[in-house]
Write a protein that binds this ligand. Structure first.
Ligand code: TEU
Length: 576
């Protein structure tokens, strides 16, 4: 069936480089729309909301995992790559969703989680037997030399898992440990073994044949393990790399092979690799079109700037605006000529942008959600909208650990309290940064449970849903939703938004985010006040724009030389 999508037909369905003008909307199925009254979102629920996405104007849906899974990490632990978890529906429901999205001109990208499987995947179950041909599909290692297998401290090395105290889990049957750098329920696949790679490519082709338009690749840089991860090749410096520390030596080779074997570029599929620890340099290599690896990567740099380097996860520092905007500018300039950027503030792993980078008080929430969107969507790259971001949804006001659901939150809490960290400190971290903030149910309307479900939702609805919801937004011409619609349309209608050269202005200004985008003789000026106080514009340091055409503004205060709190403007400069 893949051949059937090659050539003319693929080009019509997915013309060359189509993803450069696309806006992607991420759906976290568990929290989007429940249709069967079990308190958990599902695929028919998503299908029932497609008209909302069409109204927003997005081009692509990225679907977080709906595969069969024991759900230890909400689906990022897959036990069958070729089936849908009954929680979310059936394969037929997914095929209906894909067809219904395509009918509306919306493409669909699957989450691809192949750094690890679930410990309930048949491949892993088979590999538990040391005599099995699949033993080498995972990383099985003996206890460290001289240590008693299974005893505390005998793990092959001291690496912690992302969501558990150790990356190694002991299997008493064979007396060995397996590697799971996220959690024991997520054993790492051994990509050094060519059979593993071929099995993954076959599965990807199977999904391409089902009509999917691309893949978002979970922690794809970790498929080639950084030196020292598996104990095979310890770094001579003795420094233990962290899992956020980048990629192993064979990453580019594996990505190019995957691209070739699945014909990702031939079929004009969208490919975005999630790459914690990637730098501009690694991203240039991975997204250089001439190398046929990926279209774009998700960097983590800008969402790690408020963490203490090498510190504990709950150690947070203030993030001054110049640090954030210069980091985005570094990526803009770094990938200006070769490669392509993805643009995001929000996703299912991040606290809500309006609470984190904006001001979610009733006074400033709407303006700051709009202005953050203006800034992000006017950068060069492919913007990602995370469900609810287009409504200005905020962090949840959780106060007790019982309200949190995420494996990461629960592990951070357990690790911190076991280590004697004061409870208030770790609770403060969770209140501001937990992944659960992104995962509270989508707020559709002011009815019970925000119209998400008729049952008790699996995680509490944010109590602000009576005012912040999609139904209210659709009746308000000045809503955050309406602003996102305009930003998306602006990108579709203006080549300068898609392809214009980026230049940061006022790089050290601590409240204004200002930049230009230039394509041939067209030039846009973006001015944003990222603070909750009025800001004067230093007109002498900005291009002349007093008579410029306003393409889009948030809430004009009418004065050319200042911006109201969280006001932003997109201006077309006169180039004559
Ligand atoms: O995330 C990778 C990742 O690095 C995050 O776990 C991040 O470090 C963490 O959220 C910080 O708190 C991907 C998925 O997006 C995430 O949902 C999964 O839990 C993880 O991989 C494992 O599959």
């Amino acid at each position: 069936m893949t051949d059937h999508l090659l050539g003319e037909e693929a080009r019509v369905l997915r013309p060359d480089g189509w993803w450069r003008s696309a806006v992607v909307y991420q759906i976290y199925p568990r929290s989007f729309q429940d249709s069967d009254g079990d308190g958990i979102g599902d695929i028919p629920g998503i299908t029932s909301r497609l008209d909302y996405l069409a109204e927003l104007g997005v081009d692509v849906i990225w679907l977080s995992p709906v595969y069969r899974s024991p759900q230890c990490d909400n689906g990022y632990d897959i036990s069958d790559y070729r089936d849908v978890d009954p929680l979310f529906g059936t394969l037929a429901d997914l095929e209906t969703l894909i067809a219904a999205a395509h009918e509306r001109g919306i493409r669909l990208v699957m989450d691809l989680v192949v750094n690890h499987t679930s410990d309930e995947h048949p491949w892993f179950i088979e590999s538990r037997d040391p005599a099995s041909p699949k033993r080498d599909w995972y990383f099985w290692r003996p206890a460290r030399p001289g240590a008693e297998p299974g005893a505390a401290g005998s793990e092959p090395n001291d690496r912690p898992a992302a969501f558990a105290p150790s990356a190694w889990t002991y299997d008493p049957v064979s007396g060995e440990y397996y590697l799971g750098i996220f959690s024991p329920g997520q054993p790492d696949l051994n990509w050094e073994n060519p059979e593993v790679r071929q099995a993954v490519y076959a599965m990807m082709r199977w999904w391409v044949d089902r009509g999917v338009d691309g893949f978002r690749m979970d922690v794809i840089n970790l498929i080639s393990k950084p030196i020292g991860f598996t104990t095979d090749a310890l770094d001579p410096s003795g420094v233990e790399p962290t899992y956020e520390g980048g990629s192993g030596p064979r990453l580019d080779e594996f990505l190019a092979e995957m691209n070739r074997e699945v014909r990702l570029d031939d079929l004009n599929l969208l490919t975005v690799g999630e790459m914690p620890g990637s730098t501009v340099e690694t991203a240039i290599r991975a997204t250089d079109p001439g190398r046929h690896e990926l279209n774009m990567v998700f960097t983590f740099e800008h969402v790690m700037l408020d963490r203490v380097p090498g510190g504990q996860r709950w150690d947070l520092v203030d993030l001054p605006l110049p640090v954030l905007k210069n980091n985005l500018a570094h990526w803009q300039l770094g990938l200006a000529d070769v490669g392509w950027n993805s643009l995001y503030f929000d996703n299912h792993d991040q606290a809500r942008a309006v609470s984190r980078f904006g001001d979610d008080s009733p006074e400033h929430r709407v303006a700051s959600a709009k202005t953050l969107a203006t800034v992000l969507h006017l950068h060069k790259g492919t913007p990602y909208v995370y469900q609810g971001e287009e409504l200005g949804m905020t962090n949840a006001p959780f106060t007790t650990i019982e309200q949190y659901r995420d494996i990461s939150a629960l592990n951070v809490y357990a690790a911190a309290t076991a280590g004697g960290v004061p409870t208030e400190r770790v609770m403060h971290f969770l209140e501001t940064r937990s992944r659960d903030h992104a995962r509270t149910p989508m707020q559709w309307d002011a009815t019970d449970a925000a119209g998400f479900t008729t049952a008790t939702p699996w995680i509490e609805v944010n109590p602000n849903y009576p005012t912040i919801n999609a139904a209210a937004a659709s009746e308000d011409a000045d809503s955050v939703f309406a602003h996102f619609q305009k930003l998306i349309a602006l990108r579709h209608d203006n080549a300068v938004v898609r392809e214009g050269r980026f230049e940061l202005l006022l790089p050290e200004h601590d409240r204004l985010w200002a930049f230009t985008r230039t394509l041939d003789d067209e030039r846009l000026l973006v001015l944003a006040n990222c603070s909750s106080r009025p800001a004067d514009l230093p007109l002498e340091d900005l291009p002349d724009h007093v008579d410029a055409e306003l393409l889009l503004g948030t809430h004009l205060n009418g004065r050319p030389d200042s911006l109201a709190p969280w006001e932003s403007r997109i201006l077309r400069l006169d180039q004559s």
